[in-house]
Design a protein around this ligand. Structure first.
Ligand SMILES: Cc1ncc(C[n+]2csc(CCOP(=O)(O)OP(=O)(O)O)c2C)c(N)n1
Length: 386
């Protein structure tokens, strides 16, 4: 059996300091120990996919990350692991439990996943092993995992069987002292509005940024429009992993909180992973700007309608705890709003109604995802304190 503190200590010695995930009872002693160890960072994830996106952001900002989850949550990770970690070559350590292991007797909802956990990891081309049950074997196992991650640039998974960890005495209490503060909302949308071109909105915000700001663009045409306006090392164009840009941006901010991070999201993408609003509102990152460019459609895939016409992102974000939220439809109002985003009293949300359609010709980043990532990581490493 393993002692949670001993395992965490071995991880610390190997430099793993950023933890996130969704709990599983098989991991209870270890997760509780991580949460209560204040020299490492544990971020509560709304789902396992967002845990991956936050770990990716933290990795970009220079942290070594561990994602903790139940095997039932593996499905929630498949999209970012295939379309984000794989093309950008971003590793993390995954601790995944084995509910439903053949022969142990478990609840019916775990039966199938218990049979296919290792197969699923192999299908995802994620090297894996069982976490050793003897602490003496943990350092070597971690070294092997690290070598794999270095060589392949993909996650490495440790499968965790029932009863692997000894009981851990937890003192955790839910903290009700944190105020449930509802943010301020500014601006309104008119019924007969004429939405501004999306590229104009991106341009106005980009023009107001400083060279040290980190800009994260969601998948699809938003990133391509940003690239068309001008490329630079403080910009990362996310591909695939729809909805993950906000989690990635939050992960970056979490590791280097002085840095202003601006996420450019689409309405479809924001709706896909709305759980992250609750996380951002809970942790209240002060230099975090979440821009939603709302064309009321999935424009990148042909302009099909989203459900955003009846979704008020500012009310949702404010209710989750974003500090200041704006509804913007006029370019003049956008110009007035952008200076407010530098006041370090975020998180901020900018819900901008933009016209459907994109600029023509629309360029594509002429760098590979790995080149964009390496350049962006270099930028973050050399601009940590501003
Ligand atoms: C998980 C996932 N589902 C579907 C897609 C296909 N897809 C790529 S971009 C896109 C539309 C994104 O819509 P939105 O965020 O509103 O941005 P817009 O295209 O309107 O700029 C879709 C559906 C994807 N990349 N990933």
């Amino acid at each position: 059996m393993l002692n949670a503190k001993d395992v965490l200590n071995e991880l610390r010695l190997k430099g793993f300091t950023f933890f996130t995930g969704v709990p599983c009872s098989f991991l209870k002693p270890f997760i509780n120990c991580v949460i209560e160890s204040h020299d490492v960072n544990y971020i509560i994830a709304p789902n396992e996919g967002d845990a991956v996106s936050m770990a990716v952001g933290a990795y970009l900002a220079g942290s070594k990350c561990v994602v903790l989850c139940q095997n039932s949550g593996l499905g929630n990770m498949v999209n970012p692991m295939t379309s984000l970690n794989y093309p950008f070559k971003i590793p993390f350590l995954l601790f995944v439990t084995l509910r439903g292991e053949i022969g142990i007797g478990d609840e019916p909802q775990h039966e199938l996943m218990g049979q296919i956990t290792s197969e699923l990891l192999s299908t995802l081309r994620i090297p894996w092993d069982f976490l050793p049950s003897n602490i003496d074997n943990i350092p070597n196992a971690l070294s092997k995992a690290q070598q794999n991650m270095n060589a392949l640039g993909v996650p490495f998974a440790f499968i965790i069987k029932k009863g692997l960890f000894e009981k851990y005495h937890s003192n955790q209490k839910i903290d009700h002292s944190k105020p449930n503060k509802i943010g301020q909302i500014f601006g309104t949308f008119s019924v007969d509005r004429k939405n501004m071109p999306r590229i104009k909105a991106i341009e106005l915000i980009k023009d107001s940024t400083l060279v040290n700001d980190a800009l994260v663009f969601t998948t699809g045409k938003i990133g391509r429009e940003a690239f068309s306006l001008g490329d630079s090392s403080n910009q990362i164009y996310i591909i695939g992993s729809m909805g993950c840009a906000s989690g990635i941006g939050f992960g970056i901010h979490n590791v280097i909180p002085k840095k202003r991070v601006i996420v450019f999201d689409g309405d479809g993408a924001a709706i896909m992973r709305m759980g992250i609003f609750s996380v951002i509102g809970y942790y209240r990152p002060k230099n975090f700007v979440h821009v939603i460019l709302d064309n009321e459609s999935y424009e990148s895939t042909g302009g099909q309608t989203t459900t955003s016409t009846t979704t008020d992102f500012t009310t949702i974000a404010a209710a989750c705890g974003y500090n200041k939220c704006w509804r913007v439809e006029e370019q003049e109002f956008l110009k007035q709003v952008v200076p407010n985003l530098k006041m370090s009293d975020g998180p901020y949300l900018l819900h901008i109604k933009v016209a459907n359609g994109s600029v023509s010709p629309l360029l594509r980043p002429n760098l590979s995802p790995m080149e964009v990532k390496n350049r962006f990581m270099y930028f973050l490493r050399n601009n940590k304190d501003c």
